[in-house]
Design a protein around this ligand. Structure first.
Ligand code: FAD
Ligand code: NA7
Length: 443
């Protein structure tokens, strides 16, 4: 089962793929012989979703634009919750900085850690993976890749394949009766780039999660006339400022009038579908493909990573994320040690029992706060098995719970709060301009 690896493929050079390459390089630095690594990245640079693009739709190669980020995005949790213990914010910035970083500053931090590690030697940029198959006879994966610049396809053989292609890029777009006749603009959050264009307009935002919340806030800040958030299951429930209101699910649209489940109706100018994303792996056949929604524990993955029917296929970062960067490290170090045969993969039955144990625990989660505890336990279990730099996970859990509380208290002001790093003890500074007033792209 745990075959010795001589060649591994990593698909994607976003934060997960970078963690994976770094995990190997750190082992190499201690004298361990590492397998040959090839990382295929369809974009021309590393950074994944954090590579902002003004473009929407398709790019110059006809590929779907990967990024779902917008111009004025600030991270939506305090940076102290995402801090790499082996590359602290003090190390990167050399001075205390605000807790809620701009998109650009957060990207620089992620990339700052890997810049010294010569990881680019592994990466083939502008290379999109088109097909991953398992060749039983050769006992290897066959990976077909398109070099986007030349249009040429090539087949590579690998012992392990690591899928690090993210899951917040391919929109989930539900249909609503009458939407095809709506004369205003309809877009999905994936294609949202800035809210200046919504100034003076009446917005309908469909969805009840992070994108709905933040795009409503962006639109408020940049002067939308009114914002209705339409939820399916339950309201987001913050103490919204005048101008933002939550209503039940959208039932149908007639001309420019949106009708909701409670019988209310509103004239709207723009509809933003913040209805989430698909785990989308068009390059993986059904037998190897992960089918899941955005949740804490996808059922086909042993330790949340190793594909149950073929554990040499590893999926990174596929869960809904509270921890993000440190979670990716915990997984990458674990995957590395499986590949280096430091960690034994048990037989199918034992793996099935382990998955069932985590799924049972996942089924008890009733709130985001319980989700935080769940993810902390999951990460700790992974980290206990490797030499991934340990850190005060409980300290981060406390911050995440405080963050939820801050949002309840003041949804417009929560990004102005300061936090103390559980890793370095450094207290962040308040932003020089309050979030509500920050309308330029200051770093
Ligand atoms: P991605 O960043 O999506 O990277 C995947 C990479 O795979 C991309 O570079 C892509 O080009 C490449 N790829 C895809 N398909 C192929 C293929 N077939 N062949 C080759 N390459 C391919 N996280 C936080 O920690 N804090 C935040 O504040 C935060 N805000 C967010 C806001 C928005 C709007 C969104 C959408 C996400 C946010 N996230 C945030 C979560 C974000 O998903 C993670 O921070 C992180 O980017 C996930 O890393 P990843 O490597 O798994 O995936
Ligand atoms: P999420 O967190 O996966 O949430 C998707 C939301 O879309 C969720 O509230 C869903 O409602 C809602 N949804 C899905 N289908 C429908 C239909 N058919 N009708 C109405 N509403 C629907 O995605 P986000 O984009 O908010 O966040 C993803 C990441 O981007 C996140 O990490 C952020 O940091 C940024 P439900 O609540 O299930 O009823």
């Amino acid at each position: 089962m745990d075959r010795k690896a001589s060649r591994i493929a990593i698909i994607g050079a976003g934060p997960c793929g970078l963690s994976q390459m770094l995990a190997f390089v750190k082992a190499e630095a201690t004298g361990v012989q590492i397998p040959e690594i090839v990382c295929f990245e369809k974009q021309e640079d590393w950074g994944g979703l954090w590579n902002f693009s003004w473009q929407t739709g398709i790019d110059k190669f006809g590929e779907s634009v990967h990024s779902s980020m917008y111009r004025h995005l600030w991270i939506n949790g305090p940076k102290e919750c995402y801090e790499f213990p082996d590359y602290t914010f003090d190390k990167h910035f050399s001075k205390p900085v605000p807790s809620y970083l701009t998109r650009e500053a957060f990207r620089e931090y992620i990339l700052g850690r890997v810049k010294e590690s010569n990881l680019r030697r592994f990466i083939l940029f502008n290379n999109a993976v088109r097909l991953v198959e398992f060749d039983q006879e050769k006992d290897q994966f066959k990976v077909r890749v398109e070099d986007l610049a030349s249009g040429k396809h090539r087949i590579y053989l690998f012992d392990y394949v690591i899928v690090a292609t993210g899951h917040f890029s391919t929109p989930h777009v539900p249909d609503f009766e009458g939407i095809e006749r709506f004369t205003g603009r309809v877009l999905h959050s994936h294609d949202f780039r800035d809210a200046e264009q919504f100034a003076g307009l009446n917005l309908l935002i469909v969805g009840g999660s992070y994108s709905a919340e933040d795009i409503a806030l962006q639109s408020y800040k940049f002067g939308a006339k009114s914002i209705i958030i339409s939820y399916r299951t339950k309201p987001i429930g913050f103490n919204w400022p005048k101008g933002i209101e939550e209503v039940p699910i959208l039932m149908h649209i007639e001309d420019n009038i949106a009708h909701f489940k409670d019988g209310s109706q509103r004239k709207v100018d723009v509809i933003v579908l913040c209805t989430g994303y698909q785990h989308h792996f068009p390059f993986i056949p059904d037998t190897l493909r992960l089918f899941t929604s955005n949740r804490q524990y996808p059922s086909q993955l042993y330790k949340g990573m190793l594909f149950q029917d073929q554990p040499r296929l590893i999926y990174l970062g596929m869960q809904n994320q509270f921890f993000s960067l440190t979670l990716f490290d915990a997984q990458a170090w674990y995957a590395r040690d499986v590949i280096l045969r430091r960690i034994r993969i048990p037989e199918l039955e034992e793996r099935t029992i382990d998955i069932a144990k985590w799924k049972a625990r996942e089924s008890l989660i009733t709130s985001p706060l319980e989700g935080v505890d769940f993810q902390a336990s999951y990460m700790e279990e992974l980290m206990d098995s490797t030499d991934c730099t340990p850190f005060n996970v409980k300290g981060v859990v406390a911050l995440l719970k405080g963050w939820e509380h801050d949002k309840k208290e003041d949804i417009l002001g929560y990004r102005d709060k300061t936090f103390t790093s559980p890793i370095t003890g450094t207290r962040s500074v308040a932003p020089s301009v309050l979030w509500i007033n920050a309308k330029s792209q200051a770093k």
